[in-house]
Write a protein that binds this ligand. Structure first.
Ligand code: SF4
Length: 470
């Protein structure tokens, strides 16, 4: 997918004016946001688990080479085949060759953000394969020709009426009114697809080095049908997903669903350890895993290292005032919300996404709720600095920042300038108490008035209140 992140402002404006998105985002606030708060409050060791999760991920990342090799050995011992992919193009080519070798015509697929990251669906489709998404949300957006707008709920921005229209067009028959009827219809269509598929593609939430297992987490059981029914199972994930032990995976699993949706555990958590054995009746005949780097190893030694702890729970976006105003499509690429504002510049280049780290109020809620305590505002600030250093922001913004930086390094001058500005604005705005327009502040006054200051700076008022000299 070509990144559209530079158009964030335009896309955000359009999204903010869309009442359907506003309703969907309200549902997130009252649903998953409250759900997380309840789940965290009900588990006394929630914060201790977060500390343990940080330690597990940091340890695994510090010894990533060793754990990946250990995982590869165990995975191969269980009959799996590992493929290492340096970048998106290599990963796509490997996936296609596996499908071709299997003589595949139809491929089923459960939700995988890494597959979105490398643009797998359009590539396979352009190569003549029929790809069928089996996660309900992914299936809906596939029918709509859209991309996911949320990590956990890809179609969270859609209304039931819109989904009913899409289903009626794709499956025939009148649009259904009830959610349950729509789910039953999708289930009926997809069941047939599972049986027709030659290859099933899944993501992987975790890889376990000690057993060579892949862990998948869903609420619909579609990953199990995707990997278990076709002859070939192909999993695809990033190299940072490996953890040392089963116990470590459980520590992270206890946080994942609670942080994402407020559930104690997702509906289906499956540990897949190799393809079907001779004595087993079910399962794929062969199991492949594509391990994708795509810039992750370069993150290990750099400023973005902490981002590799991300377990893709979506909590940061569920609590972000910017995401909750704009929805996910405004971000213009695969990863959205605060985690997307950090990852997108990393994957597509800061020159194509410098707008995203600025799409934040820096209120810190994302960091507060992140189960693996990723300092998202700090990482966004890094990208802001990088964008400023490269001169990517508009000249007026850079000049304004330059002026502010000049003053901030000279406290006396800063105090004089802010005092003069506060006095001037106080005098000019005394009569109305507010400004409808101000030079250099159109971003603020475009949608609301600017309150006239008292005539004194905040620092002066603070000192006066504490009994000091104003
Ligand atoms: S950055 Fe943290 S909160 Fe956001 S998706 Fe990743 S793990 Fe979840």
């Amino acid at each position: 997918m070509e990144p559209q992140s530079l158009a964030f402002r335009t896309r955000a404006r359009r999204a903010i004016a869309d009442p359907v998105i506003a309703t969907a985002m309200q549902r997130l606030e009252t649903g998953w946001q409250l759900g997380r708060a309840r789940a965290a409050a009900a588990l006394p060791e929630f914060d201790a688990l977060r500390d343990a999760a940080v330690a597990i991920k940091n340890h695994a990342l510090s010894h990533l080479d060793l754990y990946l090799e250990a995982f590869e050995r165990r995975f191969a011992e269980r009959g799996g085949v590992i493929h290492w992919a340096r970048d998106a193009a290599e990963a796509r080519a490997i996936a296609l060759s596996i499908c071709r070798e299997a003589g595949a015509k139809t491929v089923t697929k459960s939700k995988s953000m890494v597959a979105e990251e490398i643009g797998l669906n359009p590539f396979l489709e352009a190569s003549g394969l029929q790809v069928v998404e089996t996660d309900l949300g992914e299936y809906v957006i596939q029918l709509a020709g859209e991309v996911p707008s949320h990590l956990v709920g890809p179609a969270v921005h859609m209304t039931r009426e819109r989904i009913a229209e899409l289903f009626a067009k794709a499956h025939g028959g009148p649009p259904k009114q009830e959610s349950a009827a729509l789910v039953a219809e999708a289930r009926q269509v997809l069941r047939r697809r599972y049986l027709e598929a030659d290859v099933g593609i899944t993501g992987a939430n975790f890889l376990i080095a000690e057993t060579g297992s892949i862990v998948t987490v869903t609420n619909e059981g579609n990953a199990e049908l995707t990997q278990g029914l076709p002859r070939i199972h192909l999993a695809i994930t990033g190299i940072e997903k490996v953890v040392p032990t089963v116990e470590d995976a459980f520590t992270l699993l206890r946080l994942l669903a609670r942080s994402a949706t407020g559930q104690e555990f997702a509906g289906y958590t499956t540990f897949l350890t190799g393809p079907k054995r001779p004595e087993e009746r079910d399962g794929p005949q062969a199991m492949h895993l594509i391990l994708l780097d795509n810039g992750r190893s370069s993150m290990l030694g750099g400023a973005m290292r902490e981002m590799l702890r991300c377990i893709r729970c979506g909590a940061c976006m569920n609590h972000c005032p910017v995401y909750l105003a704009t929805g996910g499509h405004a971000y213009g690429w695969v990863y959205v919300g605060p985690m997307g504002s950090v990852l997108t510049p990393q994957f597509v280049g800061i020159d194509k996404a410098w707008t995203l780290p600025n799409a934040s109020t820096f209120c810190g809620r994302c960091e507060e709720v992140c189960p693996v305590r990723i300092p998202l505002p700090k990482l966004m600030r890094h990208w802001r600095e990088e964008a400023h250093r490269r001169g990517l922001a508009p000249p007026t913004a850079r000049a304004g920042l330059g002026l502010w930086g000049f003053l901030a390094r000279r406290p006396r001058l800063y105090r004089l300038a802010t005092r003069a500005a506060a006095a001037l604005l106080g005098a000019l705005g005394r009569r109305r108490g507010r400004f409808g327009r101000l030079p250099l502040a159109a971003g603020w006054t475009g949608s609301r008035d600017f309150p006239a200051p008292e005539g004194q700076t905040f620092a002066a008022q603070w000192r006066a209140r504490r009994g000091g000299r104003p």
